[in-house]
Design a protein around this ligand. Structure first.
Ligand code: PLP
Length: 375
């Protein structure tokens, strides 16, 4: 079965009770049992819910994993994933990893469980080889990265992680499984903020982890229930509905972002454009190899911070907002918004940077909006 078909059919057979073709929202916290010690597959809704099961099966199929687990947010997924580790474990992260991931590792897990970490440039293979050690349990990859859109060679990093017995975990939020499937490139786990492209309509917060190894999946399943950062059935329904159009949406996001990146690259007021689809992007060749499209995120730098702030407030169709991956275009200033939590850390982003989440509106309208904001 091909991607578009899986997105609509896997885990989503008509409901056995009345034949509903849309997976019902099982809005229940518990399930009546036929007898003591017997069940119809579900006992309590933190442990399992049929709407959640449908979402998990669909995401597993799209990521080409043996299984997947859904969470109440991307950070819920990440916190649960890191609960796999023991006190004193070491983690290697990218040096422009999502600010929330850095905050979780540096401000929560490092002080609470003695987690040690190094943030390195994952595009520099020698630096990664130097950073990993016997205690390294996870090399956490994001590609493309947020907000500088660096491209990391997943296969290469997975190999280095495996040499020291660590897992390679890939945050696939920016690419989505339509453009990139890390498990097929050697990664051990794929993490998503389902809030973004998977949901796709800026109306739900959610997270997912997909994996292949049955022991890892079993442990993550245990932690999903034990930690309890689970999504409600309505949220699972919304992500499932989003998945059905993921392929169509990603095609449009890529097409529009490519046009916008080209326009920005030729604009006299724009100092630098970050988009892996541009041939001059340092990660272009790796992106062309491991992704089937270059995604819907574009970042660019203006000459000054004030100019960057001005552009952010002058667009009309691009809403000034955090988050990304929805059908509507968004613009933001990472230094003062999404990445304010890494200010003063080695992960600080340029103050002149603007980030776009390019939506699926008509490209000419988006280009006109940006041109007038830059004028
Ligand atoms: C790349 C990336 N990973 C993880 C997250 C966290 O996801 P959530 O906001 O759903 O908790 C985000 C949120 O912006 C993100 O951009």
């Amino acid at each position: 079965m091909r991607f578009e078909t899986k997105a609509i059919h896997v885990g989503q057979d008509p409901d056995p009770t009345y034949g509903a073709v849309s997976v019902p929202i099982y809005q229940t916290s518990t399930y009546a049992q036929p007898g003591v010690g017997e069940s119809k597959g579900y006992e309590y809704a933190r442990t399992g819910n049929p709407t959640r099961t449908a979402l998990q099966e669909a995401v597993a199929a799209l990521e080409e994993g043996a299984g997947a687990l859904a969470f109440s947010s991307g950070m819920g997924a990440e916190a649960t994933f890191f609960s796999l580790l023991q006190a004193g474990a070491h983690v290697v992260l990218g040096d422009d990893v999502y600010g929330g991931t850095y905050r979780l590792v540096s401000k929560v897990l490092a002080p609470s469980m003695g987690l040690e970490f190094d943030a390195v440039d994952l595009t520099d293979v020698e630096a990664v080889k130097k950073a990993v050690r016997d205690e390294t349990r996870v090399v956490w990859v994001e590609t493309p990265t947020n907000p500088l859109l660096k491209i990391v060679d997943i296969a290469e990093i997975a190999e280095i992680a495996h040499e020291v017995g660590a897992w390679c975990a890939v945050d696939n939020t920016f690419a989505s499984p339509y453009l990139q499937r890390p498990l097929t490139l050697g990664a051990d786990a794929v993490i998503h903020s389902a809030t973004k492209y998977l949901g796709g309509h800026s109306d739900v917060v959610g997270g997912v982890i997909a994996a292949n190894d049955s022991q890892l999946l079993e442990r993550l399943g245990f932690l999903q229930n034990a930690v309890g950062a689970v999504p409600g059935p309505q949220d699972c329904f919304l992500v499932l509905r989003g998945l059905k159009t993921l392929a169509l949406r990603m095609e449009a996001h890529c097409r529009n972002a490519g046009r916008i990146a080209e326009m920005l690259a030729g604009h006299p007021k724009v100092k630098r454009v970050y988009y892996p689809g541009l041939p001059e992007h340092p990660g272009h060749d790796v992106a062309a190899r491991q992704m089937s499209g270059f995604g819907g995120m574009v970042s660019f730098e203006m000459e000054t911070e004030q100019e960057a702030l001005d552009v952010c407030t002058r667009t009309k169709l691009f809403f000034l907002a955090e988050s990304l991956g929805g059908v509507e275009s968004l613009i933001e200033h990472p230094g003062r918004m999404t990445h304010a939590s890494v200010a003063g850390s080695p992960l600080e982003v340029p103050a002149t940077l603007v980030r776009l989440s390019v939506g699926i509106e008509h490209p000419e309208d988006l280009l006109e909006d940006l041109r007038q904001a830059l004028a």
